[in-house]
Design a protein around this ligand. Structure first.
Ligand SMILES: NC(=O)c1ccc[n+]([C@@H]2O[C@H](COP(=O)([O-])OP(=O)(O)OC[C@H]3O[C@@H](n4cnc5c(N)ncnc54)[C@H](OP(=O)(O)O)[C@@H]3O)[C@@H](O)[C@H]2O)c1
Length: 285
């Protein structure tokens, strides 16, 4: 079992995050515990849920039932209703739904809600020990610029560096047909890790010749090639499945690596989201 456990990287918060996450978007609430337990058996130690997915309880049940020490599992959830007070309330709700003592990572799920509501973040749940790391999701460069501005304003208002919160993650849709280079560069320059959702493009690109070629070369599945592309780009892919054989196969990506040229070759100039794409929302939305 030990050899299957995934490597980690250190976040700006100082905490470690496993390089591969198990997503549970659209995983039915009554199947979530079973899927997460299968994922733990396959070596995942990182679950990606959200208030909007209505399956935080199943994630918490799996974490407790697994017998794995709590500090070896990384649990993410997301706030759907953006404002300082509502984010604080959501943290308490997630803790109560999941019956966990703390949340490893809490993200603002999207930038919608207006500038004032985006300001403030989640520092008080962090200070209270309820949340270890915080971040955002679906933020475009203009949202990130505004976030940086908000953080310096909060530091000035609250008396110093760090008082505006430390952003560890931006979670966005990211794969070779939506490489989001500007957002990834912005984050990389500031030490913010990028999580890639829809890393296997929901199965819609497995027949692409560029993918098939690498799958043949490495005797891997197209899904494994796309997950590996994300890891080799330095991102943290979050892959979802309810299918036991896929849960296992999707995690078998730490025994090969793409070359720098192959990573480059797979990437396209396309801008083809398969999910919602709030990164383009206006600041006033
Ligand atoms: N922050 C956000 O706004 C946001 C948005 C979307 C997603 N996410 C996160 O990212 C995670 C992944 O995104 P996603 O679920 O939308 O897309 P995805 O992981 O790219 O694709 C999941 C789909 O592919 C299928 N699949 C999984 N492994 C496969 C394989 N090896 N071969 C063929 N098909 C396979 C799954 O089917 P089965 O389940 O039937 O096996 C499911 O239909 C989510 O679960 C969620 O945690 C976040």
């Amino acid at each position: 079992m030990a050899s299957k456990i995934h490597p980690t990287i250190k976040l700006a918060s100082g905490y470690e995050i496993p390089k591969l996450g198990f997503g549970v978007y659209k995983t039915p609430p009554d199947e979530t515990e079973r899927c997460c337990l299968e994922a733990f058996k396959a070596g995942y130690r990182h679950l990606d849920s959200a208030a909007m997915y209505h399956n935080e309880a199943g994630c918490g049940n799996a974490i407790r039932a697994s017998g794995i020490p709590r500090d070896q599992i990384f649990f993410t959830s997301k706030v759907g209703d953006i404002s300082y007070e509502k984010a604080k309330a959501q943290v308490d709700k997630t803790l109560s739904e999941s019956k966990l003592d703390y949340i490893d990572l809490m993200l603002l799920h999207h930038p919608f809600g207006g500038s004032e509501n985006r300001k403030g973040g989640m520092e008080s749940p962090v200070e209270a020990g309820k949340v270890r790391s915080i971040g955002v999701s679906n933020y475009g460069v203009h949202h990130l610029d505004e976030l940086e501005q908000h953080i310096s304003e909060l530091e000035a208002e609250r008396g110093g560096k760090g008082k505006g919160g430390t952003v560890s993650i931006n979670q966005i849709e990211l794969h070779p047909w939506l490489a989001h280079a500007e957002i990834a560069d912005w984050c990389s320059k500031r030490g913010i890790a990028v999580e890639a959702f829809c890393p296997i493009v929901r199965g819609t690109r497995f027949e692409e010749p560029s993918v098939k070629k690498l799958a043949e070369k490495y005797s891997k599945t197209p899904a494994q090639v796309l997950i590996r592309w994300s890891i080799d780009k330095g991102h943290i892919p979050l892959v979802k499945s309810v299918t036991p054989s896929r849960i296992v196969a999707n995690a078998e990506v730490f025994d090969f690596a793409l070359t720098a040229e192959e990573v480059q070759e797979l990437e396209t100039d396309e801008y083809s989201p398969v999910s919602w794409n709030p990164t383009q929302a206006k600041l006033e939305d």
